[in-house]
Ligand binder design. Sequence first.
Ligand code: CO
Length: 458
Amino acid sequence: MSEKQPIRITDLTLRDGHQSLFATRMTTDDMLPIAATMDSIGFYSMEVWGGATFDVMTRFLNEDPWERVGRLKKKMPNTKLQMLLRGQNLVGYRNYADDVVDAFVEKAAEVGIDIFRVFDALNDERNFIAAFKAIRKCGKHIQGAISYSLTEKRLGGPIFNIDYYIDKAKKIEDMGADSLCIKDMAGIISPYDAFDLISQLKAHLTIPIHLHTHYTSGMASMSLLKAIEAGADGIDTCLAPFALRSSHCAVEPFVVTLKGTPQDPGFDLEKIAEVDDYLEAIIPKYMSFADTTRFSVIDIGVLMHQIPGGMISNLVSQLKQAKAIHRLKDVYEEIPVTRKDMGFPPLVTPTSQIVGVQSVFNVIAGRYKMISNEVKDYFYGLYGKPPVPVNDEIRQKALKGYAKGNTPIETRPGDILEPELPKARDVLKGITEDMGDILIYALYPMTGLEFLKKKYNV
Ligand code: CO
């Protein structure tokens, strides 16, 4: 009999689950009543913070994001709390200066984050340097993540092939990560590719390997099972009411599937059912944020054009505003072309928005007749280095008259950014000196300030 090696299961219900299905609107008050039961299930970790939660809490929920972690921590002392950190972008949409990265990680560790899953939209490992260092300093777990991207229908081709991922993974391991995550944000990893990729990574690395994928295309349960067969150490799931569609695999079928195998997590299904009942009961509050435009649970569009669901809803609203919704098909065709001009960035926040918005401009106004400021910053190098070189002609066009100059930087973006906390402190003088507040402002000068004004009644 083979040795027992229970699969590590990370529950995403309280972060990616409601972010994927209900526009990240779940409130802390709705999480707390069930937190203790969730804590007793035996998850390896629970992702409860980061990603879009920070922005949505300050912008729409009028909740202090730092407090959420502390309150959950009290109810969940036995399970490691995890956050998703966008590398040097933290929980925002651009690269911040190193002083902001340092202070953010320190504060997140202080309020109760144990595992930091860190990714970069361009897979530029230089954007990990400051975050890794800060996490290490706090004595917390560094999980380095690679954004899973393709140019073909399946793993392979000139850019995103198996060697690309092995090379990135080894770099992340060498940089001191405690574990690795393949982060398939669009749900495009197919089962046999997952098997090959995880097998190869297991052969080349010593740190544990986790797979994160979304259910969107309908392949996710097959892919996770093949990943487990290939020796993956951890998978990500949601509790059933917050699973499937653009969210994740449900945990319940895995509990039964793995029963009696060496990877059996040994979870109690009765206890899980108790959590599921609770979650079912609160879902009606959030149904207005759900996508009810079709009956199908899977989005076959992702199988065809690989554009993630969240990106499509942004494109649709941008096109509607421009009264050009009839051009959606043209935009689908333009996205791969724009992406090629930009050096094939993986499509994940913030590059998904940057590529999406520019593709819409290209369709409506003509190619690069209008260029967004983010695209200019991108070509200047402020987001880092794309997987392959950008289109030189387009770059010159984008940087013509650009304020910072027209020769792109070669260095790590963090190296040229001036410290940003002094200014944030200055602006908040007389309102607050709390570091959590200062960070909220530093991350979102507009909506963050609005939130703080309400918080302090000024
Ligand atoms: Co995700």
